[in-house]
Write a protein that binds this ligand. Structure first.
Ligand code: KG4
Ligand code: ZN
Length: 346
């Protein structure tokens, strides 16, 4: 089955083509056009600007990927939520139009489910992966993106149970806000991570919230506020590079500590987890990748880290999730499908 996938939930316009056969996926192409430069001027993503850019970019990218008539495509997968409504609408309306006029089934995909399915993508763009190196079920997925932080228990393709989530800021959002406090600009995650290199992660004892409550929920707003107060208190040192590095490293360490410890707790409490999947934009964070890899080694459970190029938003992951959805016959009516900006994985 050959899938055309479209992703436009935030500030990346993305189109991918993937072929699936049984459990084997072959990614044929993956185009991503980032709008980071455009939104950086505003210090964050402006939904209407994102939508306008998606509109301009999407059809040329689709044309480049599959030509003008959709020949050889069996289904069209599209991110229908969560995300920015005006941005999502561009991808969804394009997918609906193509599904109607090319007479193809339409597969709506949850963006978060897509992030999880990056674990099914191989490292190189054109390479096959056999099922035996794919995650096995039951799997535990830690989703950490700009809008979401969740621990999800997965018993099969498309079968999810949410164990816990953030009660306030998402992990990526906390990175972005701390970046702003440090005057690092948007998007903040990679900038804070880069600044943390060479910093002392123990320099500041920032809070690790909810570690002892036995739940799988997170909270990052207290941590963010604590960073803010420290910066205010030490205002005179704000331009001192060592101080800045120590703040970034200590903040990152606090986030990673919480994420890794909650993941450990979830593995212990659920029992029998066969794979741990890291998903979402914050999966690009090296400290988090290292610490989860350590945890996997300690627990003797394989850890699936998305290849870097599929950690951030892309359509290859939507195609992978869309393939398994299409296999299960999870189609939508191309005349009535609407976006769901608040969609969740369960
Ligand atoms: O998944 P994603 O591309 O978009 C959403 O679905 O939200 O995630 C973007 C988030 C942003 O908050 C960004 O700052 C964060 O991922 N991020 C990182 C890193 N790279 C991206 N956070 C920490 N370290 C990184 N290296
Ligand atoms: Zn995302």
């Amino acid at each position: 089955m050959r899938i055309l996938a479209i992703e436009s939930s935030c500030d990346e316009t993305a189109v991918a083509v993937l072929t699936g056969e049984g459990e084997m996926l072959t990614l044929e192409s993956s185009l991503v056009r980032s709008q980071i430069d455009i939104h950086a001027v505003y210090g964050g993503v402006v939904p209407e600007v994102a939508a306008r850019e998606h509109l301009e970019m999407l059809f040329p990218m689709i044309h480049r990927s599959v030509g003008h008539d959709g020949a050889g495509i069996d289904a069209i997968a599209v991110t229908s939520g969560p995300g920015l409504a005006p941005a999502l609408r561009v991808g969804v309306e394009a997918a609906k139009a193509l599904a109607v006029f090319w007479n193809k089934p339409l597969v709506p995909v949850c963006h978060l489910e897509g992030h999880i399915y990056a674990a099914w993508l191989s490292k190189s763009k054109v390479e096959s992966r056999k099922s035996k190196v794919d995650p096995e079920f039951p799997a535990l997925a830690l989703i950490v993106s700009g809008g979401h932080s969740e621990l999800v228990y997965m018993t099969g393709h498309g079968k999810f149970e949410r164990l816990g989530e953030t009660l306030d800021d998402a992990a990526g959002e906390a990175f972005d806000k701390v970046a702003k406090m440090l005057g690092l600009g948007y998007p903040g995650g990679p900038k804070v991570a880069a600044l943390s290199e060479g910093g002392d992660p123990k320099a500041f004892a920032f809070p690790r919230a909810m570690l002892k409550d036995g739940s799988f929920n997170f909270s990052f707003s207290g941590l963010k506020t604590s960073v803010l107060y420290t910066l205010r208190k030490e205002e005179a040192r704000i331009n001192d590079e060592k101080f800045r590095k120590d703040i970034a490293a200590s903040f990152q360490e606090a986030v990673v500590d919480v994420l890794v410890q909650k993941t450990r707790l979830a593995v212990e409490k659920t029992g029998g987890v066969k794979s741990i999947i890291l998903a979402g934009g914050v999966a690009a964070n090296l400290a988090l990748r290292d610490r989860l890899t350590e945890l996997g080694g300690e627990l003797s459970i394989p850890i699936f880290l998305p290849p870097f190029e599929y950690s951030l938003d892309n359509a290859a992951m939507i195609a992978a999730a869309g393939y398994f959805r299409a296999k299960a016959g999870d189609f939508a009516d191309p005349l009535t499908l609407s976006v769901d900006p608040n969609m969740d994985i369960v």
